[in-house]
Structures are given as structure tokens and as C-alpha cells.
Design a binder for this molecule. Sequence first.
Ligand code: NAD
Length: 250
Amino acid sequence: MKTFDHTGKVFAITGGSRGIGEAIVRRLAAEGAHVFATYHSQPERAEAIASEIRAAGGQATFLQVNVSDEEQVKGFIDTVVSQGGRIDGLVNNAGITKDGLIMRMSTQDWASVIDTNLSGVFYACKAAARPMMSQRSGRIVNIGSIVGLQGNAGQANYSSAKAGLVGLTKSLARELASRNVFVNCVAPGFVETDMTSKLTDEQKAAYFGNIPMKRGAQPDEIASVVSFFLAQESSYITGQILNVDGGLAM
Ligand SMILES: NC(=O)c1ccc[n+]([C@@H]2O[C@H](COP(=O)([O-])OP(=O)(O)OC[C@H]3O[C@@H](n4cnc5c(N)ncnc54)[C@H](O)[C@@H]3O)[C@@H](O)[C@H]2O)c1
């Protein structure tokens, strides 16, 4: 469903080959943008999504990037600017979980989640900030999580990284607003993707029991909010964390 008009805009999205990122890529391309997205390990899936978008008259380009590698992330943003001519928006969506209670969480599992979910966002924001400041316009949307606000047993690494995104979002919002670059964070609750498909039906039922809407989100229910933060319609909003969680955290 088309909501906002992004005709002619150039957007960069990390982790666009499945789940929430795929929904963001499909939506923004349908809304008229030239979408540059990263994939990590599924080239066939990325190519299939790009082909479908092109067949429908849209523009999508996928590049292989590991967001925990600063050089690769910088190379991705440089490619977006050189091929797209500009960068109107950056969506930091790529993320992983490596859950475990703290007594059993290895330093490696701590570090890899921080590297991917927090440092990866820092690398992309740093690379995109310069062209956006030069253009005197740009939008950055970070995909956080309500566990970054509330914490979650078994997710010390993940919730710390997502809490870090809150500080990163607000600091960059303050640094960049005078250049017309706005930075916001979308914090989903439970979304039906590969990330949550590992949970048993009992675990899901227990989780849904605490959600006022009694269900998880579909990925496009996150993508539509991301699209809003990239659109002219959100022109007086920066530094905000918007929970998209069926009422779970309030
Ligand atoms: N699914 C949920 O319930 C939920 C809830 C809150 C927040 N989120 C967040 O939403 C975002 C997307 O999650 P999802 O549910 O679609 O998960 P997913 O596992 O389906 O997709 C994650 C994406 O990140 C990419 N990725 C992982 N590691 C990467 C790396 N090192 N370099 C580049 N790309 C990498 C994957 O290739 C994939 O495209 C994540 O940041 C996640 O933390 C998800």
C-alpha cells in the first residue's frame, strides 16, 4: 500500500533482504524512491526482491555489506551517493540476537551483538552525515526495540545495544538539526520475522498475553512508520523514539 510520496528520493537501508528490512525496501520502492539496500548472506533472496521491484517499475539495488565492518559500511554509503547522486535517507535496520542469561553469555556473544547492532549504526551514521550535511537535508531512522527501554532477561547484549541507539539517536538529532538532518528511532515490540520465529508457540502466547493488542506486528506495520519518518509529513520531528508495539510499553 502506498502512503507517502518518495518520488525521486534516494534511500539506503541496511539488512534489506528479509523481515522488517525487506518490508521497508518494498514499501519505499513502491512509494517512488530509488532504494539501495544491503544483504549479508542471501544473494539469491536479495536479487529476487530487486527483480520483483524492477518488474513493477521501481528502482532497487542490493549490495553485500557486513555492517560490523566500518570500511564496508563507508563503501556502501559512498556507492549510494555516487550511483544515486545524493542520499535523502538512511535506515539502520540490520541487527542480530545472541541471547543468553548473563552467567552463560560469552564475551564474544556480547561483542558481536554490540558490533552489529550499535557500532554498525555508528559507522553508517558517520558516513551518511557528511553528504547529508552538505545537501542541507537528510533523514536517519534507527530501528531500536522496546527492550532498549525496558530491558529483557536473557538479552543483556541486545538490550544494551538498543539502549545505546537511544543515546545515539538523540545525540545526532542535536548535532545535525541545524543542517536540516533529522534523526529518529522506531522501537518495535514483537514483529513476525525470522528473528522471532525461533520462539515456541507457548513463548509467543505468553508474550502476546502482555500486549494490549494481543498480537505481534507484521513487518509492514513497522515499514509504514519508517516511511513517515523519511517523509515531508514528519518535517518537525527529531530525536524521538516511537514505540510500535501494540501498546506493550507505555
Ligand atoms: N522481529 C522483532 O520482533 C523485532 C523487534 C524489535 C526490533 N527488531 C529489530 O528490527 C531489525 C530487523 O529485524 P528482523 O526481525 O527483520 O530480523 P531478521 O533476522 O529477519 O533480519 C535481520 C537483517 O539484518 C541483516 N544482518 C544481520 N547481521 C548483519 C551484518 N553483520 N551485516 C549486515 N546485515 C546484517 C540480516 O541479513 C537480515 O537482513 C533488527 O535491528 C532487530 O533488532 C526486531
